[in-house]
Every structure is written in structure tokens, then in C-alpha cells.
Design a protein around this ligand. Sequence first.
Ligand code: GAL
Length: 706
Amino acid sequence: MFTFGCAYYPDYLSEKSWCRTTSGEVKLVSWRDSIKYNLERMRRCNVATIRMGEFSWSTVEVSRGQLDFSIFEFTLDQAQAQEIDVIFCTPTTTPPKWLIDEMPEILPVTREGKGIPFGSRRHYDVNNEQYRRESKRITSAYANAVGKHPAVVGWQTDNEFGCHNSVFVFTEAARKNFHRWLRAKFQNNIDKLNDDWFGGFWSQRYKSFEQIELPMSSWADQNPHLELDFRRFSNEQYQSFQREQIEIIKAQSPARFITHNLMTLFSDLCPWMAVEDLDKVGFDHYQMDKEPHPTSSFWHFALMRSLKNKPFIVLEQQPVQVNWQSINQRFDYSWLFLWTLQAATLGAESVFYFSWQRFLGGAEQYHDGIISHDVRVAETWQERAMKSMAKLSDELKERFALDVMPTPKRDVVCIYDSESLWSHEITAQSSIYSSRREIDFATRLCNSTGLGLGFSNTISNALQSPESPKLLILPGYAFEITDEEKRAMKDFLASGGKILSVPRTAMKKRNNQMSPFPLSFLDDGELILPDFGALLENEHDTFSDGKHQFEGALWSEKIEIVKNWQVLASFNSGLYKGSPAVLSRELSGGRHIHIATCPPATEWFFSWLLKALDMVPAVSQPSQLQIIPMQHLSDNKERNFLAAINFSNNEINFHLNSNLSSKASGALLWLSATLDEGEKLKLQTLSKGEAITAPARSFTLVELAL
Ligand code: GAL
């Protein structure tokens, strides 16, 4: 159903270290024994795969050409003996000091013009040709040395492209490459660039490509068109850097998958581009907020599942304290259980914790691990959790007669387009607005109504997928809808599909200029947008359909209807009082609803909205519960499931809608386990119409016997 893994660092070991042996003694052992005992301990808590090597360059190559993989060779043999698989990494995220001494120009420069020194990580410039050569050389050395070992099942390229704000580098090499990239984009015609970049503004017309500077920090805002192109360019640089490694690994370590550990804490790196050449999507799931946020983790996992429309791996999951927040607070351990089950339900085939052991030294010595600093601890909380989750996985398999976790459904597809996110970031107009918050809204809408959520990078891809969604969401998708997309949207509506858009949609051109014909969704000239703008933090524009009143926030649009659209609700306060707040256009069986302000994520509004969209929720329940519809196909037999994850501290009762429960022919099965009850899983047969109880902080699986 799902397996476990962890990051493991034999390269951090000293000649001798304190260790708890398999028989429980605590003693000073050699690095070989330490590896052996640790792998045995991993096996006992169900670690199926380890990931290693990403920071190992200076251990393996102490000086140029002096390569020694013996510590890894030993670990691989031991892993094989324990039947633990290995994902090996290329080590390019941490070039060693001798290399920096040889080629100091490979160090990056920030937007502020500050040089990044040796001494941390990600200290390289992806544009630098010498570094490209070094990256190929060391990738080849690693692939050659360990790539055919039977324990090695896959590879990870580098580590977290873009982490620590490293996507954009401002070196001379970057500038030269950018010139080349711009020449190709504008067919060597500088006037085209001047036009595209609105060059007359603040006297920014160029005579040649060589004059162009990188968008470094300046008195006032930089040219937003240049910035958008620079972001596209920088992403392509990472893509080609990674492709060079992939080609080498494919040739020298055949039949292994290749992945990369993506992050979603920032949006600088386009995930669709980053995974294009990879076999599998890998993801590092960390939480940044003061409070963990199950809605964001939900859509981050759903996005990862969508990138290749295939299962993915969580290559790093915090287990659970981290070392990099302003206050590194402790977490309730049930988060580990809930995040793991949330990931598995949304398509993670494996969840790796970062990392095996809390480090005794180095910059991350306070980061959590599966096993403690204190070598005397016989069994940690995390080890117990992993054992109990493995039990849950076995139970699910057996009691529901499943071979794999059912697949999350895609009733709703939301557009996630990095260029659109960048466009809103570059010309933000509001420090509190973010289209990522609008994705949170879409997620909560789906979670609390039992709709399955997936993502797509383009409207055409969203609508072309074999199982066409019921609802397409444009969450502040910045750009003009192309003619081809308009046609696809109309066909979709004609077949009964629904579309939902929220503010800041269809307002800009791809070059980051404003569109002179905004809100041209399905046809031109239907809607006019005379005014729009940001709302202050506590400012709300209320809107009403005559019976119900709701609060809009963050952004509002003043829209005039020319034709085809009806008003479902109007603003009744604020600057746009009297103008449409919720607009609807019907086309054959379908309907497009546009909301002219960022809507509230309340149950009350969700049920109003679903009614307006003419969609029936699968469940009715308080929104703290995440309902995930799933499907399992085997031998052409379709089975339907609902997973319910309760993140709250209270038990929640919910009902399936009458439609589903009246179709239920007899039994619904449910299985629920909180971490503490790991050993006491419950299996119950429900009678028709009976409420389902999701205990506090639990996972429940219900089979719909339709
Ligand atoms: C990740 C990174 C790991 C480790 C971890 C700590 O971003 O890939 O190497 O630093 O964070 O939370």
C-alpha cells in the first residue's frame, strides 16, 4: 500500500562512534559496525529504501581524481543483505573546497550582488560552463562506481534545486547565457524585445542584446517583462543542467529510475519543467507556518501526484521537528501519522523521513530524526509510529482485499501555472494576495464536499486528459485565454462541464503586459472590467444574492456585463457596491461561474457555490475533515472508496449524501486508526444511512458498495 524510507548518511560517520547494537548493548563501534547495526535497526522498523550520497562529494573525492567509494560500497552490500533498496544521489549540491579553490568563479551571486561563499550548500552557478563539466564528470564517476550495484534501484539528481532562494543567480556567466537565450527568443531582433518589454517606459530601449543587465535589486521595481523572461531562462538552465546528469546516469546505470526532490515552499522553480526529463516525481514535504497546515500539504501532495499523473515518492518528510524555523517548536507526533497517511492517500507510494538519525554535529544537529541523539533509547516514538503504520498498511491490504492503494480521483482540475504565479509575484499589488491562497480555497472546497482534486499546467491539458474533470478551476490564472483554449472550454461546457474562476484571471499577456481585453473567457466582448484592486488586510467587500450574504477579501473586480452572463450575487458594500460579485454563464449543459472577489472558504459558501454550479456534494460534514474520493481498478472491476482524514482534535460524524447511501447495496466498510490505537484497528460494517464516525486525528477508509 505504501512503504517507508529515510535519508541515511554513512559519509558523516567518524572512525568510531557510539551505537546501540542489535542485541541492545551501547558501545563504541567502528564505522562498519555502526552501518551494520543501523541497517538492521532500519529493517526492524520497516524501512524499505534509503537515500544517500547527496552531500558526499568531499568524502568520496578528497582531492581531484582521488576517488574512494569504499564506505558506500560497504553500505550498499549491507543494505542488500537487509533487503533494503537504495536511491543514490549525485553530489553536485555541495562542491568541495578544493574545487572552489580551483574555480572560485563557480560561486553564485545574489540579486543584491552579494557573493555566496563556500561553507554551506547550493554554492554553485548552474550557468557556469566549468561547473557543468565538473557536474558531468562527478555524475559519471558516481554512476560508474555504484550504478550497477543490485541494491541501487534509483537515482536522485542533486538536492532540492532552488532551495535557499538559489534559482536566480546574478553572475557574469548568467548574464552571457541570458543574452544568448534572449537572442534566440526574439530572433535576434532587439526591436521585438523592446516592444515586448515595453521599452519606452523609464527609458529602457536597448540597441543590442549585449546591453541587457540582469534584474538585480534596484531603487524601484525592475522591468517586470525582463524579470518574467529571466525566471523562464533560469528555469531552463536548471532543466538543462539536470538533463546532462540524467543522460549520463541512463547510460551508466541502466534500468534505474531517476527522480529529484522538489520543494513547494517557494514557487521560483517550475515543477512541470523540473520533472519533464525525470522518471518519477520526488517531493520534500516541509511545513513553514507556525501551525502545520493540512490544506497546503493536501494540495502539495495532489500537485505532485498530478505532475506525471502517476504515484510519486515523498523523499523527505519532517519527522517532526525541524531546525530552521524562527522558533523550532515541538510538534504533536500524530502529525507524522496524519501527513504520512495524507501523502499515501494522495498518491505517494513511499514516504521517506529526513533523516535516519538526529545528527550529532553540523548545521542540522537539532533536526529531528527517526532515532535520537541519545544512543540509549531503545525505541523512539517515530519507530513505534512506523511499525504501527506498517500494520495499518497490512490491515488495509488484507481487509479490503487491495493490492495497492486506490488511486485518488480527479473530479476537479485546478490550473497550476508557474508563469502565472510569477506574473502575480512580480507585479504583486498586494503583499497578502497570492494565487497559492486561491489554491487553498479550491482545496478546501474539494475536501469538504468529497471532490477529488488534481492539477494541470494548461487549460488544454486539463480538458484533454482521458477522464475529463467535472469542474475546472482557474485560481487567478493570470493570462489571456487563447482561441484554442476557448474552444476547448466551450466543448467542455457543452458536455456538461463546470468552470470556476476567481479574481486576477485572464488579465495579462504572456509577456507580463496587461491585456487590453481582460476577462475574455469564452467569447470576446461579453464582460468589461473598468476597475479592480487590492483590499486591505481587514477590509471585506460583502456580497449577496438577496437571501444570503458573504464576505469577499484580498481583491475585488468591478465588472460590467455586456452579454451572455447573469448576475447571481452583487456587492452590497465597498467601492463596487451594486456591481456583480458572482456571475454565471450557461452553455448547453455546462456553466461557468466567475467570482469577482476572493471568496470565503466557509462551508456555508461552499454549499451555496456547489448549488450554483449545480453539483451535488458526496458528503455533508464539517470542513475540518478531508474527504478524498478514490478508485481501484482491477480485472476491469471498478471499486470506489472514500478516505477521511480527521486533522482535528474532535471526533467528527459525517453522512454520505442520500444519493450514495441509497445506492449502497448493504455494507460499507470502514477502518480507522489513530496512532495510539495503531494496534487496535477497527473494522465495522455500516448499515445504510448510518453516520460515519471519524475519531480525532484519524484515518478512515470507506468502501462504497455501489
Ligand atoms: C531539506 C534538505 C535536507 C535537510 C532538510 C532539513 O530542505 O533537502 O538536506 O536540510 O531540509 O529540514
